[in-house]
Design a protein around this ligand. Sequence first.
Ligand code: 2AM
Ligand code: CA
Length: 265
Amino acid sequence: MEYLDFAETLAKSAGSLIMKRMEEPIAAEEKSSSFDVVTEVDKEVEQWIRESINNHFPEHHFLGEEEAYVSGQSLQSVLSEAVKKPFLWIVDPIDGTSNFVQGIPGFTVSIALAVKGELTVGAVYDPCAGELFSAVKGGGAFLNGRPLHVSVKERLNESVVATGFPSDMPSRMAVYSGLGNLLQQCRTIRSLGSAARHLAYVAAGRLDGFWENGLKCWDMAAGVLLVQEAGGHVTDCSGGQYQLAASDIVSSNGRIHDLLLDCVE
Ligand code: 2AM
Ligand code: CA
């Protein structure tokens, strides 16, 4: 519980920092391409989270989106070393930077703790809504302290499924292909701009499923634990077991999982 409490407090404090910075004009710069943006706030908040973790748990390791991007090393090589660490914090300071830059609510802070490579704690905070989603391995998932459960839908034609549009073109086209199939079968589709929030909403039963291609571990790690602890199912797009190094994800209430996989594989 110590780590869960810490992650929850950290996510909420980081969210307050982001909201404060939103009162000033924010310039966005391009990262890997014009489809991929970052702001000073992403970097400042990540640095603040990193220092907070280091102050409390100096022996723990840290993997954050902005730092990993600057390091220039491939994520696969960073991750293959990182997952061996006894304690690894995986952080996205702002998941949904495009929402943040455009002034659209719904970006989140995503903080996960992996213990020897196993997801153990996850916290996703939506500061605009004041919603804190959190989970601890074997202990359930919660929204502002209330237990969460996935939905009970069994058919795609009664399901609401979400996806996102990643920055790299092959992944975007893979999403497009799945979208073509699912638009013909689902009740409707949503795209809310934050993978972490999509996963939190699957855990809360607000969405029945979410899939996306071309993500990174910090977009998904905390949200994956939320879905699992709320009774849902998470795989890669081929139905294989979710791993921290995965870039494609299918998550659902479990009951529609195979139907979803058939559409996005
Ligand atoms: P971000 O805002 O933290 O970058 C939207 O499709 C989702 O994809 C968001 O969760 C967004 O997170 C993520 N995303 C955007 N660009 C990305 C990139 N270059 N690599 C991985 N994930 C990315
Ligand atoms: Ca981010």
